[in-house]
Design a protein around this ligand. Sequence first.
Ligand code: NAD
Length: 483
Amino acid sequence: MQPASMLVGGAWVDAVAGEREDVTSPFDGHIVGTVPVARAADATRAIDAAVSGFERWRRTPAHERAAILMRAAALADERAEEIANIMSGENGKSLVEARGEAGRSGEIIRLSAFEGSHLYGETLPLDANKGTGFDKIGFTIRQPVGVVVAISPFNYPALLVLHKVAPALAAGNAVVLKPARSTPLTALAVAQCFVDAGLPNGVLNVVTGPGAEVGDALVRDQRVRKISFTGSTAVGEHIASIAGIKKMSLELGASGPVIVLDDADIEAAAHSISLGGYINAGQVCISAQRIIVAESIVGDFLDALTPKVQAIRVGDPFAADTMVGSMISRGEADRVTASIRAAVATGARLVTGGEQDGSIIQPAIVADVDPYSPFAQDELFGPAVAVSTARDVNHAIELANSTAYGLGAGVFTNNIANSIHAIREIESGVVHINWTQLWRADLMPYGGMKSSGIGKEGPRSAIAEMTEVKTVIMHGTPWTQNQ
Ligand code: NAD
């Protein structure tokens, strides 16, 4: 186990005050590494480095930026197994899931490099504006915003770091990354790929430490032009309240609905929900949390879902047959257990699962859930689904829209009219027909409505939000004078 350092100005450094802390396995508590504990002074130092890194990077042609990113992508591919092991160690997710996540890293970087080579502008048809003739030419150019602060959560410690860092760098920005306190080692291993690929000093900086102190210092700094945050709605609201005038994308929490209508393929719906409700121990913003089933088929649906959920193997993240590992901490597992107990105490029925052993929870199905109760309305972020019933498609959509959130939704139906109705009416950033919301192609626009946030990720969307459009007007001799 190597003590890790932070990345500031191209150097691997300790915190200014010299503090360090352990990173531990949420599964068995063993120490997997140590990292510096950054404070506000470290945040300022990282932004200083990013400001000078940006001066060089913004003058680096797109083809040179793309070449460096392509080398970083190749390194991320080469190191995928090593990164997966680091991730399982500090996050507790199964090695199978970690391999899946690490295996996407190279592709996210490549997709970003491609989009960073397509910073097109447009020509403006100024003569269509009354009073303007052919004497002027107008067009737009896209330029990087400058310093981007990327703040990421624990649940996908490589993927969600790369969905910020790769598009930001591809577009010519400098970045200060603050990864989740519980999963800094994955972020540092990912950053190493960019350094080894030849990224100039200061263009990517990584500070590890407490969100409240380091995050606040980064968010408040007036030299930062864009904040790209993924995390809880509470922290997102706080960031929005202190950031000042900056571009901002906030990818926040959810309580994702899945509708199963009476004309759906019940077996297919149950299969998809047995994945979508439990992958990553339910710690996914697009987890299938609220299952809203047509009254007439709820018995058959539960009969189909129960054995599939019981077949999910949970346990030691590194065991070959483990599909789902531990939650991020014992405290989080205690919180989910308490939520399930509170739901059952107020009339819901535990169909299966819910037993807790340290930070592991057996995948649970909770039925007869009041769709307006906290168990449905609040984000659970754990391995359980809440099953409620709906009278018809309109009632199901009403329930789907009944929470503060709107990130992802799934609808199971074989009726085209119902599909179209649901696509139009569901308040959600992404809608899936005949799959749950737990599905993402890295290139697609991805982001929420309502309290699930603002802005979209996915390389093309992220680059649009990490660049400024500059309008240019060239004034020539008035046209009429030349006649
Ligand atoms: P969190 O909000 O606790 O932390 C996220 C990040 O914010 C961490 O790096 C943390 O250190 C930092 N932070 C904490 N306080 C801060 C402050 N005052 N200023 C700036 N930064 C601060 O979230 P988490 O527990 O790591 O992740 C789980 C949450 O993330 C869930 O709510 C989940 O839905 C959400 N999430 C959303 C998406 C999405 O795409 N919408 C994806 C993944 C996770």
